[in-house]
Ligand binder design. Structure first.
Ligand SMILES: NC(=O)CC(=O)C(=O)O
Length: 316
């Protein structure tokens, strides 16, 4: 007997390319030229049916070093995108080379791009910098912006100590992107650890099919939590989940874990580099609406919830 599927609104099969790019260096022009080359390469192929990618994602802080000491120097102006609106290429700030590169690359490849994250300069308060994602359509228009909401302030005995908030200010706008092939929630790195963020987005937007995050875990937390967090968020919310890391490079101030992956809506890892492949690589996946609908139908956890007895504050 063939299964009947309740389609997830607006979700059609699409191919994702996650670029596990080498970490940014001080020479921003070099970083941007290299990222653009990899975007062009990623656009050319991938997915299990060899169609070209429909969506590309880059890692956290891809245009500069992942170091508190570097963020202010490399911060660029990033305009706000009006709700449901777009910023045309001609209206992008002239002094923001990363935005120009992403816009050009989107036009050149004809593909949607989640432009990792970059340090953003606050125009009204020059003491403030944000960790900011931009999103691009194939016409080179900026269609989305998200500022990392949860900052990475940790002191792990025997492991890493870091205070991202010494330099970065937090954002406060959860963000969902409506692409022609599906609705995708976006966030950055540490945000993955906060289930209420994605759960509340999913509650308000039942058509979310995926949760995608530029990220850069480290050698303390990566082995413990990188994979399990993505699989947990996928199972909890019945969505595809993927984080895109910089490649691992020893000797950096912050050594990224690598291991970019995508897992499906039942927590199964469907694409990842080989275990030894922590270097620069492109990870391709295909996201399948029939599979997602079948999982939601087979194990209907979201409709079976007992919100009437949990005594939780409302998400609304
Ligand atoms: N770097 C981060 O923002 C998060 C991280 O490394 C972790 O959660 O672990």
């Amino acid at each position: 007997m063939s299964a009947t599927y309740t389609p997830v609104a607006g979700f059609s099969r699409f191919n994702l390319a996650q670029i596990q790019l080498r970490p940014g260096e001080e020479d921003k022009t070099k970083n941007l030229d290299h990222a653009r080359d990899l975007i062009v390469q990623a656009a050319a192929g991938g997915g299990d049916d060899s169609r070209k990618a429909d969506l590309i994602i880059l890692p956290e802080y891809f245009n500069s070093p992942i170091a508190n000491s570097a963020h202010k120097k490399h911060a660029e102006e990033v305009p706000d995108v009006p709700a449901g609106g777009k910023i045309e290429k001609k209206d992008l700030p002239a002094a923001s080379p990363t935005l120009k590169m992403l816009s050009d690359a989107a036009i050149q490849t004809g593909i949607y791009i989640i432009g990792g994250s970059i340090p953003e300069r606050d125009l009204t308060d020059d003491t403030k910098v944000y960790n900011t994602m931009t999103v691009w359509d194939p016409q080179g228009r900026m269609i989305g912006k998200y500022r990392k909401m949860h900052l990475y302030d940790v002191d792990i005995p025997g492991g890493i100590t870091m205070r991202e908030s010494d330099v970065i200010s937090p954002g406060s706008e959860p963000t969902v992107m409506k692409f022609p092939f599906g609705t995708v929630a976006v966030a950055i790195c540490f945000d993955i650890r906060f289930q209420f963020l994605i759960a509340s987005l999913r509650e308000a937007n039942p058509d979310i099919c995926a949760y995608l995050l530029p990220a850069a875990f480290n050698l303390t937390t990566g082995p413990k939590a990188w994979e399990i967090l993505q699989r947990a968020r996928a199972i909890d919310n019945q969505i595809y989940v993927g984080m895109c890391s910089p490649a691992r490079k020893q000797g950096e101030e912050y050594v990224a874990y690598g291991h970019t992956l995508l897992c499906d809506c039942e927590g199964k890892i469907i694409s990842t580099p080989t275990p030894e492949d922590e270097g620069e690589t492109i990870v391709y996946s295909t996201l399948d609406p029939e599979h997602l609908s079948a999982i939601r139908k087979g194990v209907p956890t979201l409709t079976a919830q007992r919100r009437d007895v949990y005594n939780l504050p409302s998400f609304k």
